[in-house]
Design a protein around this ligand. Structure first.
Ligand code: CA
Length: 326
């Protein structure tokens, strides 16, 4: 509070240039023996208007100046101190402990991944190679797959009840599939790019590569809100594949080996996960970026993969105490 009052006192001491100007003008008139008409005009309340239609500040009546000063004081006194950024909770640094691995189609350009009742469901991208597939975890066999039309680029994938919702990158169309049969039921139009998608039990949460997640209605897919994602006050851009897990959202950062754990109520990143080093050097040479997060409810672990990765990794999140993480 000391820092807040000190500037106000300083302002008051030097205060109002209008009143100062009026006092100076009256003193000059007294010294010169009076201004006659101008003095009467001033007392009568009429300030002269200059050729540009703007009042000469030295001819502002004292009463007006006093009122103006009082108003300016009131404004200063009532103004809130400069808002300080709300303190942010420390971001927990996390790393991965690999529990086991599953085979993954190294030709699958993974854009969306989820797990439900013992199966992986995966959306793959690229024009002419996009698909939706149900995969057996242990064998990696695609039990049922549907190729998308060549002009569609598959992206994020989310389940709501007995349906799968699959985004497309720039086609602005979401495909709605029957979960059991993988038959397409309908399509939904939306604006902008589609990257990642998850369902938190109430809304869809959708990324578009920016630092903002969109909330969308579970029925209409209409945008109903937005979440600006910040890590220690800084925007986190390139949010990609998503996974909604018990009140938090995990997001791949495109072209980065980190995953953000996000509080969707505040947009704050509460955990920063180093997901580097999963692939062996030989695997990394033929693989693209990390992209694919699925929650495994039986263990509470995550399953992670990437575009053209040969494996899916079941991982546990553990604190990262390495010097590089600090
Ligand atoms: Ca996912």
């Amino acid at each position: 509070m000391v820092g807040y009052h000190a500037p106000i006192m300083s302002l008051r001491r030097n205060a109002c240039p209008l009143a100062w100007g009026a006092r100076r003008l009256r003193r000059r008139r007294t010294i010169a023996g009076g201004f006659g008409e101008a003095e009467r005009s001033e007392r009568g309340g009429g300030g002269r208007v200059g050729p540009k239609g703007r009042a000469n500040p030295l001819r502002v009546p004292i009463s007006v100046a006093v009122v103006a000063c009082a108003a300016s004081w009131a404004l200063v006194a009532c103004a809130k101190p400069t808002a300080r950024p709300a303190p942010t909770a420390p971001v927990e640094k996390l790393r991965l402990k690999v529990i086991r691995t599953f085979p993954h189609d190294p030709h699958a350009f993974t854009q969306g991944l989820l797990f439900f009742e013992g199966k992986f469901y995966e959306s793959t991208g690229l024009n002419g190679r996009s698909s939706l597939r149900r995969v057996d975890p242990d064998s990696g066999v695609v039990e049922r797959g549907v190729d998308l039309p060549a002009d569609l680029f598959g992206e994020g994938l989310a389940r709501v009840g007995g349906r799968l919702f699959q985004l497309t990158w720039q086609n602005q169309r979401a495909l709605v599939w029957n979960l059991a049969t993988l038959h397409k039921e309908r399509e939904i139009s939306y604006q902008g790019e589609g990257w990642g998608l998850c369902f938190d039990g109430r809304h869809f949460i959708m990324s578009d590569g920016s630092d903002t997640l969109a909330l969308r209605d579970a029925e209409s897919f209409a945008k109903v809100g937005a979440i600006a994602v910040r890590r220690a006050g800084r925007a986190v851009r390139n949010l990609n594949e998503l996974e909604c897990v018990e009140g938090v959202v995990y997001a791949n950062i495109w072209q980065d080996n980190h995953i953000a754990r996000i509080d969707p109520h505040t947009g704050e990143v509460t955990g920063w996960i180093d997901a580097s080093g999963l692939l062996a050097p030989g695997e990394a040479r033929t693989s693209d970026v990390l992209n694919g997060i699925a929650y495994l409810p039986a263990t509470g672990h995550l399953a992670l993969t990437g575009k053209l990765w040969p494996r899916i990794f079941e991982v546990e999140l553990v604190p990262d105490a390495s010097p590089a993480a600090q």
